[in-house]
Design a protein. Structure first.
Length: 145
């Protein structure tokens, strides 16, 4: 079973995208669209103060009839950020995502942010691992005849 650190290392890009709490939601949406991502960490003075996701936008801007050009990130961000340690397993990451209904998890090593995992990253890794196990079993069965 892989760790969060190993899944991060296998990602094509290690970039961590963030925005400041005083930025407009419109600016956040532009960045998310430009980078093809579904969430941004909200950082202030090098520390995580929140996370902003597409879900936050849908529920706290669209449904509340606000405008993204006038609403600030701080007004709609999720402040209770759930994160994982770099040594936690993919199963532990998936369990947290399921329990808290999350799609993105910051990965911390001590006090340092080292990356962000999405549900897609974890699913891709789990499928790859299962495919490997199936191939190993098929080779074992074929060799034992």
């Amino acid at each position: 079973m892989k760790t969060a650190r190993q899944v991060l290392a296998s990602k094509p890009t290690q970039a961590i995208y963030s925005i400041q709490p005083g930025a407009t939601v419109y600016a956040a949406l532009q960045l998310m669209a430009e980078k093809s991502i579904g969430a941004l960490l909200v950082m202030e003075h090098g520390k995580i103060v929140g996370i902003l996701s597409e879900r936050d936008y849908a529920r706290k801007v669209i449904l509340m009839q606000r405008t993204s050009r006038e609403t600030l990130v701080r007004d709609i961000m999720t402040t209770a950020v759930v994160y994982v340690r770099a040594d936690q397993t993919t199963d532990e990451c998936m369990a947290l995502m399921t329990q808290h209904r999350l799609r993105h998890l910051p990965v911390m090593e001590g006090d340092e942010l080292i990356g962000m995992l999405s549900i897609g990253d974890l699913v891709k890794d789990i499928i790859s691992e299962q495919r490997f196990i199936i191939e190993q079993l098929e080779q074992y069965i074929a060799g034992s005849r």
